[in-house]
Design a protein around this ligand. Structure first.
Ligand SMILES: Cc1cc2nc3c(=O)[nH]c(=O)nc-3n(C[C@H](O)[C@H](O)[C@H](O)COP(=O)(O)OP(=O)(O)OC[C@H]3O[C@@H](n4cnc5c(N)ncnc54)[C@H](O)[C@@H]3O)c2cc1C
Length: 572
C-alpha cells in the first residue's frame, strides 16, 4: 500500500514527520512527536485491512517509568519443564488455564503480581455486555456475544454470582431514537436477542432518569459479575484440576530457536515449555517482542470509575447509560462505550469509566479531573446522584491494539507462541468463549507436533461457592455458627464478614495471604469505611495464620508491608 498521502496528512495535521516501513504482517511507524494523543491518533491513521500497526513513534522528552516487577529472586521454578506456560493472571490467562486443565497437560501460569486479577481484570466495570455497540464483524463481536450467552452456566460452575438484569441506553432526542432502529436490526443480525426500543415509559421504569429522556434501547442480555472473583474462581478451579499458578513471577525474556520458544526466563528461574500463551494485557506486545515477534502495538488507555455506596440516594434501580446525543455524534467518542451508572453484583453503583490515552502502561493513579468528568457526565442522565455517596474510585488500564480488536492467534513466526492480545472491553464478557478456542489452538498445535493430548478424566468443573454468612437465613446461620463459632465473629462491620469467612479465604488454592487478597475474596474492607476498622484485624488474623508478626503481612505485592515496627510495647 502507498502511505504517502497519509504521511502528508500527518505532517499537515500534526507537524510530525513519520517514517513508514512494511512487512507481510505489519506497518511500522517511527519518528518523534511531542503529544501522546497525537501519537496515538497518527497510529490509527495507518490502520489498513489485513495489517497490524507497530507504532514506534517516540514521545519527545518522555522516559518510560520502570516496570513494576516482583521483589522476589529465587530458583523455585528453575529447570522445570511444562507442556504449556501461560503468561498473565488476568481473566484471559486464568480462563485459558482452566480450559487447559480439561486435558492431562502439565500447565503453569505465571503472574508478576502477588495475586491474580491485578491488571485490567481487577479494575473494570464488571459488565457482561450484550454487544449492541459492536458494528461490524470482529473478534470482539464474535466472542462477546458467545461469551455473554454462556456466562450464567460458567458462573454457576465456578460458584460466582452473576445477574442478568438488562441495560437501558437512554435517548434525549427523537432523531436518535429513530436511528436506534438500525441498532435493533443489527443486534438481531448479530444474534443478540430481545433488543428493543421503548418510548417515554422509560421515565416510569427508571424514574431517576432525567426528564429529557424520550426513550431508550433495552438490551435484556446485559448483566454483571464481580470481575476479580470470576478471575480468582477460574484460577482456583484450574489449580484444583491439576494446573500450577506461580505468583510473583515475571517473564523477563525468552530464548527462541528454529522458530520456537525453547526457554522462558523469569525472576524465579528459567523454564521450558512446548507451547506458550501470551495473556500479558498491556504488556502483550512486550512479551511478543521478547520472542522476537513484535507485530502489533498496545496503546494503553486509562479508565476511571467512581464507586458509590449501595444505599446511594438518587441512583437508578439497574444499569443505565446515556446513548449517543446529536452533539456526541458530531464529536469523536469512539474509545469507550460511554460508560454508565452501573449496578454492581454486590449492590454498589459504579459511575464511569472515562477513556484517556496514556504512555504509562501501569498508571493506575486516579486524577481529580477524571473523577470530575465521570461524575459530571453520568449525573446528566441521572441528576439525583450525590457526590457524597462516592466511597472509592479506581483506575484500570485497557490494552487496545491500533486495530481496536482482539488479537487471538498462533504466531506465524514463532510457531509455539499463541497471542491473546488487545483484550480491551468486552474482554471480561468474551473470555469464557475465547478461552475455549485458545485451548483448542494449544491442543491442536501439540497434536500437530506428535504429542498425545488426552482428556483429564479427573476434571471437575465445579468450584465450591465460598460461604457468605450474610446471605444465609437466620436458621442456616445459627447452624453454621454452632458448627464453627468463627462464623459468628464479625470482623468487617460494613460488609458483615465473619472471622470464619476470612479464614476460609486465607486457605485459598492459590496460597494468597495478603490483606487485599482477603478483600478481593470476601469483601472485607470494601464497605463504606473502606477497611478503616477491619484492616488491623485482618492483618492480625493473617499474621496468626502465618505464625508471624503483623510486620510480616503485606497489603498486596511483596514489600507492601502494612506495619513496619512496634511503637509501644507493654511488658507482661
Ligand atoms: C476501566 C475499565 C472498564 C472495563 N469494563 C469492562 C466491562 O464492563 N465489561 C467487559 O467485558 N470488559 C471491561 N473492560 C475490559 C476488561 O477489563 C479487559 O478486557 C480484561 O480484563 C483483560 O483481561 P486480560 O487478562 O487480557 O488482561 P489483564 O487483566 O490486564 O491481565 C494481564 C496480566 O498479565 C500480567 N503480566 C504482564 N506482563 C507480565 C510478565 N512479563 N510476566 C508475568 N505476568 C505479566 C499482569 O500483571 C496482569 O495481571 C474494562 C476495562 C477497563 C480498564
Amino acid at each position: 500500500m502507498n502511505f504517502d498521502k497519509i504521511v502528508k496528512r500527518v505532517k499537515k495535521q500534526f507537524g510530525v514527520d513519520v517514517r513508514v516501513r512494511e512487512d507481510e504482517r505489519s506497518v511500522f511507524l517511527s519518528g518523534e512527536c511531542d503529544n501522546w494523543e497525537h501519537l496515538v491518533a497518527i497510529g490509527k491513521m495507518f490502520v489498513t485491512e489485513g495489517k497490524h500497526v507497530v507504532n514506534d513513534i517516540r514521545l519527545e522528552g518522555y522516559a518510560e517509568p520502570p516496570e513494576r516487577l516482583p521483589q522476589i529472586r529465587d530458583n523455585a521454578l528453575d529447570g522445570t519443564q511444562w507442556d504449556v506456560v501461560v503468561i498473565g493472571g488476568g481473566i484471559s490467562g486464568c480462563s485459558v488455564l482452566r480450559e487447559l486443565s480439561r486435558y492431562r497437560l502439565k500447565t503453569l501460569l505465571v503472574e508478576k503480581h502477588s495475586d491474580v486479577a491485578r491488571g485490567a481484570s481487577g479494575a473494570n466495570d464488571g459488565m457482561v455486555h450484550a454487544g449492541i455497540d459492536l458494528k461490524h464483524d470482529c473478534l470482539k463481536l464474535k466472542y462477546g456475544v458467545a461469551g455473554n450467552a454462556i456466562y450464567g452456566d460458567v458462573c454457576k460452575e465456578l460458584g460466582v454470582d452473576f445477574r442478568r438484569t438488562g441495560q437501558y441506553v437512554i435517548f434525549d432526542s427523537r432523531i436518535i431514537r429513530f436511528f436506534a432502529k438500525g441498532t435493533v436490526k443489527r443486534a438481531t443480525k448479530h444474534g443478540i436477542a430481545g433488543v428493543k426500543i421503548i418510548g417515554k415509559e422509560i421515565r416510569q421504569i427508571e424514574p431517576r432518569v432525567k426528564d429529557f429522556a424520550v426513550g431508550a434501547l433495552y438490551a435484556p442480555s446485559s448483566g454483571y459479575v464481580s470481575p476479580y472473583q470470576l478471575t480468582i474462581a477460574y484460577a482456583e478451579n484450574a489449580v484444583q484440576n491439576g494446573a500450577t499458578v506461580s505468583l510473583d513471577t515475571a517473564v523477563s525474556g525468552m530464548v527462541v530457536e528454529n522458530g520456537k520458544v525453547v526457554k522462558i526466563q523469569t525472576n524465579r528461574g528459567t523454564v521450558s515449555a512446548r507451547c506458550v500463551v501470551n495473556c500479558a494485557g498491556v504488556f502483550a506486545d512486550r512479551v511478543a517482542e521478547m520472542a522476537g515477534d513484535r507485530y502489533f502495538s498496545i496503546h494503553p488507555r486509562r479508565g476511571t470509575d467512581l464507586l458509590l455506596d449501595p444505599n446511594a440516594e438518587g441512583a437508578p434501580s439497574e444499569t443505565i447509560s446515556m446513548g449517543p446525543t446529536l452533539k456526541s455524534l458530531h464529536s469523536n467518542g469512539g474509545s469507550t462505550k460511554g460508560g454508565g451508572v452501573i449496578r454492581t453484583i454486590d449492590g454498589n453503583y459504579l459511575l464511569g469509566p472515562d477513556a484517556v490515552e496514556t504512555p504509562d502502561r501501569e498508571d493506575t493513579s486516579t486524577t481529580k479531573e477524571s473523577c470530575d468528568n465521570v461524575f459530571a457526565k453520568q449525573s446528566t442522565v441521572c441528576p439525583s446522584l450525590k457526590r457524597s455517596d462516592v466511597i472509592a474510585y479506581f483506575t484500570g488500564v485497557r490494552a487496545p491494539t491500533y486495530e481496536e480488536d482482539f488479537l487471538i492467534e498462533r504466531s506465524s513466526k514463532v510457531i509455539n507462541l499463541i497471542h491473546v492480545a488487545g483484550i480491551q472491553s468486552p474482554g471480561l464478557t468474551a473470555a469464557p468463549a475465547f478461552c475455549k478456542d485458545v485451548a483448542a489452538t494449544v491442543t491442536d498445535y501439540l497434536k500437530s507436533e506428535g504429542y498425545d493430548v488426552q482428556a483429564n478424566e479427573h476434571f471437575n468443573p465445579t468450584r465450591q461457592r465460598p460461604v457468605r454468612a450474610k446471605t444465609l437465613s437466620d436458621e442456616q446461620r445459627d447452624a453454621l455458627i454452632k458448627q464453627d463459632p468463627d462464623f459468628g465473629k464479625i470482623i468487617c462491620r460494613c460488609e458483615e464478614i465473619s472471622l470464619g469467612e476470612i479464614k476460609q479465604a486465607l486457605h485459598n488454592p492459590l496460597g494468597v495471604m495478603t490483606v487485599d487478597g482477603v478483600k478481593r475474596r470476601v469483601r472485607a474492607g470494601m464497605g463504606r469505611c473502606q477497611g478503616g476498622f477491619c484492616m488491623p484485624l485482618v492483618t492480625k488474623i493473617i499474621a496468626d495464620e502465618l505464625h508471624a508478626e503483623p510486620t510480616a503481612v503485606n497489603k498486596d505485592d511483596v514489600g507492601s508491608n502494612i506495619a513496619v515496627g512496634k511503637i509501644k510495647e507493654v511488658q507482661s
